[in-house]
Design a binder for this molecule. Structure first.
Ligand code: UGA
Length: 429
């Protein structure tokens, strides 16, 4: 089968590479010609474990190609996935102008039946708009279908998640669309859920918002633990042992970031309001997420007394480990506020430094954690990279001006840290 994927971003590249690996002929399309040139030279624009190897192998075997020519891609592909970004507008709504442009371009290039699949995260009812847009822009009298196939992969584990999904959601409105998508996804080991298009669109927003809700819930419980003198790790473990609750996404910390959870939460609040429902619960989820960062800063400042001209070593900048993605990372607000209050920041991240350099002004970027610790008044952990677990904390203690660590990700055991002679402050314990 030949397929086209419009949008060579995170979701597009992973989807393309994985389908190619499964024997499908894939063309990835992007209007960013520099990105396409780089991809044709096998320069991968994002860091995702395993992705580079997958793209290189399938490129060399002729199963994946890259182009900016949408007409040619549509001409040779029976199924066309739209995987372009839907960034948030100032009012929290998803910006769908890109989707409309792509739908128009597909419509103008279609010469035969095509199945157009929304893979980007879009608000409910986008499928109807895509259908309408294609209908009014198509040049030839050809039939087509629209389907919704939301993606649930996590950055850092994207290939595994794509190949072994908990579920594959396919929102369709014709037998032909169902058959084509079953043929494609039959290659993947995961249960298929067939729904109507609107329900598929809603499953994505409702799932991401629920994950955000779980994180904010545990963060609120963590605050109560702090006040009561209980331990959030033990509480989360006890809650998670109930299968109905589950242990996943009950890690307390400085809150959720990334390009998905915060923006999808906003978009879901906005679309619900537009449909006539005030989703107050989700507004509170957002508020708690902001509070986590403010509260962390407050705790750092209250221990350092005067923050002006104090040096803070930062471990981890990416919004989570195993990615170089800095979008909506909690580190951005935390570092910028500490800087505004006069702190000097020295930071280290194993993968995100080059992206972070474009965001932060006046931050000294270090080559390793020890350099970040050297002569700093304290250390703050903002991303739980595995390599931080393996640090020599005796050395860190010698390098720091004061043995003081604020752990925004609860990476270490308080007893072990205190045993090493640190004043160790974490979240909810
Ligand atoms: C999220 C969803 O998990 C995916 O299922 C979805 O496909 C994706 O969004 C998307 O819409 O494309 P992702 O943004 O890659 O995936 O990252 P997550 O692993 O969900 O983490 C999001 C944020 O929550 C991170 O900042 C992480 O540190 C934080 N988090 C996660 C916590 O603070 N506590 C937890 O227990 C779990």
């Amino acid at each position: 089968m030949n397929i086209a994927i419009i949008g060579a971003g995170y979701v597009g590249l992973v989807t393309g590479a994985c389908f190619a690996e499964l024997g499908v002929k894939v063309v990835c399309v992007d209007n960013d010609t520099d990105k396409i040139k780089a991809l044709n030279k096998l320069k991968i624009p994002i860091y995702e474990p395993g992705l580079e190897d997958l793209i290189k192998r399938n490129f060399r075997q002729g199963r994946i190609s890259f182009t900016s020519d949408i007409d040619r891609a549509v001409a040779r592909s029976q199924v066309i996935f739209i995987a372009i970004g839907t960034p948030p507008k100032d009012n929290g709504e998803a910006d769908l102008t890109g989707i409309e442009k792509v739908a128009t371009a597909i419509a103008r290039s279609m010469t035969d039946y095509r199945l157009i699949v929304e893979k980007s995260t879009v608000p409910v009812e986008t499928g109807s708009w895509v259908k309408h847009t294609i209908e009014i822009n198509k040049k030839k009298k050809v039939s087509f279908d629209v389907a919704s196939n939301p993606e649930f992969l996590r950055e850092g584990r994207a290939i595994h998640d794509f190949m072994h999904p908990d579920r594959i959601v396919l929102g369709v409105e014709s037998k032909k669309a169902e058959q084509l998508l079953r043929e494609l996804y039959g290659r993947i080991d995961g249960p298929i859920l067939m729904t109507d298009i609107k329900s598929a669109e809603l499953i994505k927003h409702a799932s991401n918002s629920f994950l955000a809700l779980k994180i904010s819930y545990i963060n609120a419980v963590a605050k109560v633990c702090e006040l009561a003198g209980a331990d959030i790790e033990q509480v989360a473990e006890g809650m998670g042992m109930d299968k109905r609750v589950g242990r996943a996404f009950l890690d307390a910390g400085i809150g959720f970031g990334g390009f998905c959870l915060p923006k999808d939460l906003d978009a879901f609040i906005t679309i619900s309001r537009k449909l006539g429902y005030d989703f107050g619960l989700l507004k509170e989820v957002k508020k708690i997420n902001e509070f986590q960062k403010e509260d962390f800063i407050r705790r750092v400042e209250s221990r350092l007394w005067n923050i002006k001209d104090k040096t803070i070593g930062v471990l981890g900048l990416a919004f989570k480990p195993d990615t170089d993605d800095m979008r909506f990372a909690p580190s951005i607000d935390i570092i910028q506020i500490l800087q505004r209050h006069g702190a000097v920041i020295k930071a280290y991240d194993p993968k995100a430094a080059s992206r972070a350099k474009k965001i932060f002004k006046g931050v000294k970027f270090c080559r390793n954690a020890y350099e970040a610790a050297k002569n700093s008044h304290c250390l703050i952990v903002l991303t739980e990279w595995q390599e931080f677990k393996e640090l020599d904390f005796k050395k860190i203690k010698r390098l720091l001006k004061h043995p003081l660590i604020f752990d925004g990700r609860n990476m270490f055991s308080p007893e072990a840290m205190e045993g090493l002679g640190f004043k160790y402050v974490s979240v909810g314990r």
